[in-house]
Design a protein around this ligand. Sequence first.
Ligand SMILES: Cc1cc2nc3c(=O)[nH]c(=O)nc-3n(C[C@H](O)[C@H](O)[C@H](O)COP(=O)(O)OP(=O)(O)OC[C@H]3O[C@@H](n4cnc5c(N)ncnc54)[C@H](O)[C@@H]3O)c2cc1C
Length: 421
Amino acid sequence: MDAGTDIDLISPGWVSRRAAALARLQRFVPQAGRAYAASRNFDFGPGDRSNVSALSPWIRHRLILEEEVLGATLQRHSFAAAEKFVQEVFWRGYFKGWLEHRPQVWTRYRADLLAGLEDLERDAGLRDRYEAAVGGRSGIDCFDAWAQELVATGYLHNHTRMWFASIWIFTLRLPWQLGADFFLRHLLDGDPASNTLGWRWVAGLHTKGKTYLARASNIARYTEGRFDPAGQLATAAPALSESAVDAPLPPQFDAVPRDPGRFGLLVTEEDGQPESLDLPGRPSALLGLAATAARSPMATSEGASSFAAGAVADALSRGAEAFGSEAAGADGLQAQAEDWGAGLVHWARSHDLSVIVTAAPAVGPVRDCLTAARPVLADAGITLLPVTRRYDRAVWPYAAKRFFQLKARIPKLLQNLDLNS
Ligand SMILES: Cc1cc2nc3c(=O)[nH]c(=O)nc-3n(C[C@H](O)[C@H](O)[C@H](O)COP(=O)(O)OP(=O)(O)OC[C@H]3O[C@@H](n4cnc5c(N)ncnc54)[C@H](O)[C@@H]3O)c2cc1C
C-alpha cells in the first residue's frame, strides 16, 4: 500500500513516512485559510480531524519541514487569510527557541519529574489519584475519555490538551510534571519544548501569573455538546510558582567546516529529512538512532516509540538513496539510549570515520544522549558536527521572550526564508 493514498481529511492515519505527511498536507492545504481560523478550536472527536492539519507527528520528526508546510499554505492562500495557521506553525519554533535560551527549564523539569515519581512511591493517596487520572477513572467524563483517547491514538486536539492540562493541575491538583510526562510518553508528536512549555503555559509558569482555566461551558461548546462537565471543574486557577529561572542566553550555532573529510551521517528522530540538510558533502555511511527510551524514566508507549523508529527508518532509506551511502538501520535502532557513545564509536570505526555529522538536536532527549556521548567520541578521536537548519537559525533568536515579539516578526521571517506568497 502506498503510504499516502488512504489519507483523507477526516482520519489522518499517521503512517510514519514522509509520503504520508505530504499526502496529508496536500489534503489539508485548501482548509488552511479562513476555514481553519473559524473552526480550529472545535474538537469533533477522534473520528473527525478535518478542521485541523493533524500534521504535528510528522512535523515533530521533520518528516515534513515547517518551511514546506508554510510554503504550501502561502502558495494557496494570502497571508491575511492563512495568518492564524501560519502563527500556529510558528508557535512550534517559538517554543523550541524559548527553550534553547533556557535549557535549565528542561533540566529542572527532568529533576522535578524524578522527585514526583518518588513521591508516588511514598504517598499512596497521591498514587491512587494519579493512577485514576492516567487510567481514565477520575470520574470526570471528558477527562477520562481524553486520557483513554491519548493512550489509544497518541494524539489529542490542541484545545483538549489545554483543557486536560488545566483539569489535571487545578481540579485534580496533580503535579504538572507528571502530566507532562504522561503526554510525552504517549503523544506521537511528543516534543520536549512544545509539551513542557505547553504545560507550563497552562500552569501560569510561562507567562508569569497567567493561567488557563478550563470551563465547562467552553468544553460543551467546542465539543458540540459531547461533554458538559458542569459543576465538576475547579472555578479558579491560581498560578503555580517556582524559583527564578536563569536569565536567557542566546542559542549558539556550531559552524560546520566545508570540507571535514570522510564523514558519516547520524539520523535521529529529531530530523527525518537528511536529503535536505545543508551537509558538507556526501556522507560515506548513515546510521539511525531513536531516543524515545530517554523521554521518561517510565516506558514510552509502543505507538510513540514505533512512530519515531519508523520516521528514522524512512529517513535512512531516503537518505541512503539520495546519497548512495550505506545505511545501518536495524542495528542502530536497537542501541540503548544511554549507550550512544559506545555504539557510535563502534559504528564510526567500522566505517573508518573520524567525523560524524548530525542534524543539530534541540533541547531534549536526543541532545541529552549526544551530550553524554561527546566525551566518549572525543576520547576515540571522533568529532561530532551538528548542522542547524536555516529555519531554526532564523526563528530561535526571536524566541527569547513572549510570542507576540516573534509574531510581529513573522512577515519578515517569511520574506527572509523565501516563503512569501
Ligand atoms: C499541554 C500541551 C502539550 C502539548 N504538547 C505538544 C507536543 O508534545 N508536541 C507538539 O507538537 N505539540 C504539542 N502541543 C501543541 C499543540 O497542541 C499541537 O501541536 C497540535 O494540537 C497538533 O495538532 P495539529 O497538527 O492538528 O495542529 P494544527 O492546529 O493544525 O497546527 C499546525 C501545526 O502548528 C504547530 N502548533 C500548533 N499549535 C501549537 C502550539 N500551541 N504549540 C506548538 N506548536 C503548535 C504544530 O506543529 C501543528 O502541527 C501541546 C499543547 C499543549 C496545550
